[in-house]
Design a protein around this ligand. Sequence first.
Ligand code: HEM
Length: 458
Amino acid sequence: MFLKKAPVVKGVFFFGHALEFGRDPLTFLLKLQDNYERIAQLRIVYLKVNLLLNAEDIKYVLQENSKAFVKGRAYRVLGQVLGNGILTSHGEFWHRQRKLAQPAFYKQRLALLVDIMNDETMTLIKRWEASLQQENGSSILPMTKEMMATTLVIVTKSLFGTGIDANKIAHISQDIDTLNEILSLQMRTPVRFPMWVPTTINQRFKASSQRLDAVIQEIISTRRNALESNPEAQFDDLLQMLITAKDEETGEQMTDKQLRDEIVTLFIAGHETTAMAMSWAMYLLAQHPDIVQKMRRESNEVLGENLPNFENIRQLTYTAQVVNEVLRLYPPAWAISRQVMNDQALGEYLIPAKEQVFFCPYLLHRNKAYWTNPEEFNPDNFLPERIKQRPSYAYLPFGGGPRLCIGNNFALMEMQIMLALLVKHFDFEKMENVIPDPQITLKPKGNMPIKVRMSSEF
Ligand code: HEM
């Protein structure tokens, strides 16, 4: 079959679309979604990238022909911090590591994390209550900061156990922010100085990287020592699962370097994504008191005076719909990319070897071919009968195919627990319009101030 070239979007001399994309990527991409049907080719200086707009093609890339579409440039940038962990590795190595890590996310393991999520949400609730009391019943809180802090403790204790001094991790959260910021910058600029050139950015990067590594290495060594002195010791956390995981065929276990890469990967992939999703959830709920009320009724019915447990979480079906709808409108992983190894056909189009393809859950989740009134916050989009009417790949907050997010159920459970408890106690009010700022994750611009007050129904 004769294959056509992908339709090229007209760009400017030298930069191509780099400037327009850099200024406001979401508006730029939404415009392309309106004007192109299936595929549109952009150029970021010398890099050709093919934007995929159609759920069937994305399914082909992620699932049906996933071996031909590997993780490319963006993931090499991430690899500078994450090393060769599950998010960034390829082929046989990735497959083996994923197999080793997967049991850490089985349902019975996640059930053990419910208490951590409950405890940390209750700590947050107490902190907010104290602040409301001091301020005559309502308080304007920087929501992103609040959510970053609580989800940091949850992921830290889930990975390293409740015995960990969470302050240790809080100390390096500034370093993690710095690393995220630098990686995000590098992803947008196709040309950069190699790490050995002592630019200010490279020096900041190295210093933060070294501090992060030192803390993670200390955690790994402390655990190895504890296990050496008492091999019977039981630690119910993900670190333990990873340290003791054995390859079925060879019996091999992870080296310290592999452990470091996997731990940093889980830690970074699991923290900011969930924090951003929770922040956007609060922003949307602050504009929809009717939905808060409906969630509150469900929480009261299902939980009564109790905290959530692994069984009754499943009955919080409306809350689950709300979580899914938040991830539709504000998917933290707003763009996903791949590189083709050899020439590939996407329908009648040719994607030549080495070119990049990318697609945006942010666009797909607003595509009028799949959603009615896509800008409206409507949890009914996730009623079972509505889900059945859509192609499965029209909704991809966690990606899909073999590289589906390993932490999807962890994140969904965490959000469900946090939201079910927060709506029981508080009402929320939006203070200002917040627009998304697409960095590595979809962040809000500014710190998202939201007024919180005790629920009159509590
Ligand atoms: C709302 C929260 C989250 C969102 C939106 C999210 C999103 C995603 C997406 C879209 C991918 C696929 C990337 C790709 O195909 O290129 C991914 C992969 C991954 N995520 Fe998440 N994630 C979330 C939470 C978590 C959590 C809590 C963890 C771990 C504790 C985690 C760990 C990972 C890992 C290790 C991968 C790589 C999987 C592989 O390639 O085999 N994520 N995530």
